[in-house]
Structure formats: structure tokens, C-alpha cells
Design a binder for this molecule. Structure first.
Ligand code: GDP
Length: 365
């Protein structure tokens, strides 16, 4: 999963990105890295892995990961090539979801690019740039698909009608994800072009620590939340500064710091949880002497396709899966214990894997 961090300059994107990539790496004791200065792979925290590794005597724990991309350079006018312009736009096309950081902290020492603090207007500025970039793409495509449709290409006709709907919707400042396309138009258009405003969005309100965890007393957050909800999007409050401090601490120190702040989970965890639910993702687990590991799949994935995430050959050679829910395995104390207690199930190729199910795939590969 890849999440792009966008927002106006000076709202705390880099502070958050650095905290996420650094903190995630330390907490998970996993060789994470920043691939490029603006791309980082982050371990998804999962408390279940340690307990599982203990009962299996695993040598290694391998969490599942999320890639974050700090997409700097989006300013008013980016779609016309201002700032990093098109470079920015190409980065964002490859992400699964967008974390849109909006400044909701007041601090006279930190310049706001447009003068005063107005989170809804800031969010709109960024959204308008994304809409304009999509509109440009739609207009280009309308020309080429129009020509193909005239010469009798049936698929081009479907794409053309989808593009016309998109054009109308974008011109009314509505994101592509709100446009009512037929399933066929959706499939054909999604295969060919990636619209920026088709991506799912989580608004990240960057607040001062006093406003954590929900920013209930912060009027900037309330107005941004109403705006996000009106668009059908979620909002998570974080304090990039707090996340930066947490990233410097070990696990025990972090727990104490969070307790002092009176919050249960770091912004990092809340952001990841929101992204998982937004993208309808879950994790299943595997465990053995060599390693205990978490794997990410979409909710509703069948066992053979889940096996393919481990190794592509496993799908073709899938025989069956042995499955035990995490809690049952922990209370049984071992794989054999779970089997003796009748907690271990054998499932076939039509089984839909659930979150936290510990799985052993039997294959002929
Ligand atoms: P970017 O341009 O969006 O990447 O913003 P930066 O991460 O560089 O942050 C801009 C400035 O805002 C820096 O001086 C940060 O220290 C400061 N900043 C970031 N997050 C917070 C926050 O939660 N509270 C306060 N008071 N300042 C912050």
C-alpha cells in the first residue's frame, strides 16, 4: 500500500513524514529505509506478532509495510506547472490513497503561505489543483477517444461517455470519485488513466498537542471535519510535532509520553488504522520457527489469492489452508494445542480469510 502525503507548504508534511518513517522503523526493529528522500517504507505496528513469535520460537518478526511518499511542491497553480508542478502530479498518480495534511495549529512564528489560517480554504486550494489536473487529462483523452469512437471503436464510445460525465463533474469542482459512472465506464477508464481525484482521501488535521486526540475544542478542526464529511472523507487529528518527539523514544518511553498526553494511540497508529479501513485492508498472519509475519490483503480475499501474496506459485498449487484465529492460538499455547482443542480449521479454496487469522497454506508447489 502506498500513501501520498499532500498539503500546502509549511503545514507539517515533512515533519510528519520524517516522524512516520523514523518512528516506524525503530518500533519494529526492521531494516526500513528511505528509498528516496521523499519515499519511506514503514512497518505497520501489530501487537499480535510478538505474542505469536513467542509461542512459535520464531527467529524473526516481519511486520507488513506501508509506503509513504512525501509529495512536496503542491501549491496553487501546480496544475499549470507552478512549484514542482508536473513532477508532483506524476508522483501522486501512483499512490493508493492520499493523506491530505491541513494546518490547524496557530503559531505566529510559522508563516502561513496564504497569510491567515483557514483550513477549509487550504484544503480547497489543494483539491482545486487536483481537479484542474484531472480536467486537463480528461480534455486530452476526450480528443483521442472521440476520434476512436467516430471510427467505430466500441470501447472508445464507452470511455467517451465516461469522460464526458467526468468533465461535467470536475467542472462543478466535484472529485472524480463522486462521479456516477457505469461499472463498464469505470473499468475501462481506470484501466487507462489514473485520476488524482479518484483516490481515497484521509484529511490529517495537524494540531497542537493540547488538541489531541480529536481536536474537539479546536474550531479549525471542526470546520475541516464538516468539510471532510461533506465530501464523504475521514479526518484524523495528529500533531506532527508530537509524532516527531515519539519517533525519538523507545517503546516504553512512548507509552509513558502518550499516557502523559492522555491519549491512547499515537497519530501514526490512528492514521494507519484509518488507511486500513478506508482501503478495506486486513492482515493475516503466518508463524513458524523461522519467522512470524503479517501480510496485507483486501477484505474478502479468498484463501488461494491470499496465498499468492506469500508466493505467486501458491495460488496455482493451493490445496487447503489450516486456519486458527489469533486469540484461540494464543490461549491454546501452541499450534498442536489448537489442533487438539479443535480450534484449527481446514479450509478450501472458497474460504474468505479474516483479519488476524493465523494461517498455514498447504500447496503442491
Ligand atoms: P511542510 O512544508 O508542509 O513539509 O512543513 P514542515 O514539516 O517543514 O513544517 C513547517 C514548520 O511548521 C516547521 O517549522 C515545523 O516545525 C512546524 N510544525 C510542523 N508541525 C507542527 C505542529 O504540529 N505544531 C507547531 N506549532 N508547529 C509545527
Amino acid at each position: 500500500m502506498k500513501i501520498g502525503i499532500v498539503g500546502l507548504p509549511n503545514v507539517g508534511k515533512s515533519t510528519l513524514f520524517n516522524a512516520l518513517t523514523k518512528g516506524g522503523a525503530e518500533a519494529a526493529n526492521y531494516p526500513f529505509c528511505t528509498i528516496e528522500p521523499n519515499v519511506g517504507i514503514v512497518a505497520v505496528p501489530d501487537d499480535r506478532l510478538g505474542a505469536l513469535a513467542d509461542i512459535s520460537g520464531s527467529k524473526k518478526i516481519i511486520p507488513t509495510t506501508i509506503e509513504f511518499v512525501d509529495i512536496a511542491g503542491l501549491v496553487a497553480g501546480a496544475s499549470r506547472g507552478e512549484g514542482l508542478g508536473n513532477l508532483f502530479l506524476s508522483h501522486i498518480r501512483s499512490v493508493d490513497a492520499i493523506a491530505h495534511v491541513v494546518r490547524c495549529f496557530a503559531d505566529d512564528n510559522i508563516t502561513h503561505v496564504h497569510g491567515g489560517l483557514d483550513p477549509v480554504s487550504d484544503a480547497r486550494t489543494i483539491n482545486l489543483e487536483l481537479i484542474l489536473a484531472d480536467l486537463e487529462l480528461v480534455e486530452k483523452k476526450l480528443e483521442t477517444e472521440g476520434r476512436k469512437a467516430k471510427s467505430g471503436d466500441k470501447q472508445a464510445k464507452v470511455r467517451l461517455s465516461g469522460l464526458q460525465k467526468l468533465q461535467q463533474s470536475l467542472e462543478q469542482e466535484q472529485p472524480a470519485r463522486h462521479c456516477k459512472l457505469t461499472p463498464e465506464e469505470k473499468t475501462l477508464l481506470r484501466r487507462d488513466c489514473q485520476f488524482l481525484t479518484d483516490k481515497k482521501v484521509i484529511y490529517v488535521a495537524n494540531v497542537d498537542e493540547a488538541d489531541l486526540p480529536d481536536g474537539d475544542d479546536n474550531s479549525y478542526v471542526s470546520s475541516l471535519r464538516s468539510y471532510a464529511l461533506s465530501q464523504g472523507d475521514q479526518l484524523v487529528c495528529v500533531s506532527a510535532r508530537v509524532e516527531a518527539e515519539l519517533a525519538e523514544l523507545d517503546e516504553d518511553e512512548s507509552a509513558i509520553f502518550l499516557q502523559e498526553l492522555g491519549i491512547e494511540q499515537s497519530g501514526f497508529k490512528r492514521l494507519i488504522n484509518a488507511a486500513y479501513s478506508l482501503l478495506d485492508l486486513i492482515s493475516f498472519l503466518t508463524t513458524g520457527k523461522i519467522e512470524t509475519r503479517a501480510w496485507t490483503i483486501r477484505r474478502g480475499t479468498l484463501a488461494p489469492q491470499a496465498a499468492a501474496v506469500i508466493h505467486t506459485d501458491f495460488e496455482k498449487h493451493f490445496i487447503r489452508a489450516e486456519v486458527v484465529p489469533f486469540d484461540d492460538l494464543i490461549s491454546a499455547g501452541s499450534w498442536n494445542g489448537a489442533r487438539q482443542q479443535g480450534k484449527l480449521r481446514t479450509e478450501g479454496k472458497n474460504y474468505v480469510l479474516g483479519d488476524g487469522e493465523v494461517t498455514h497454506f498447504l500447496t503442491s508447489a
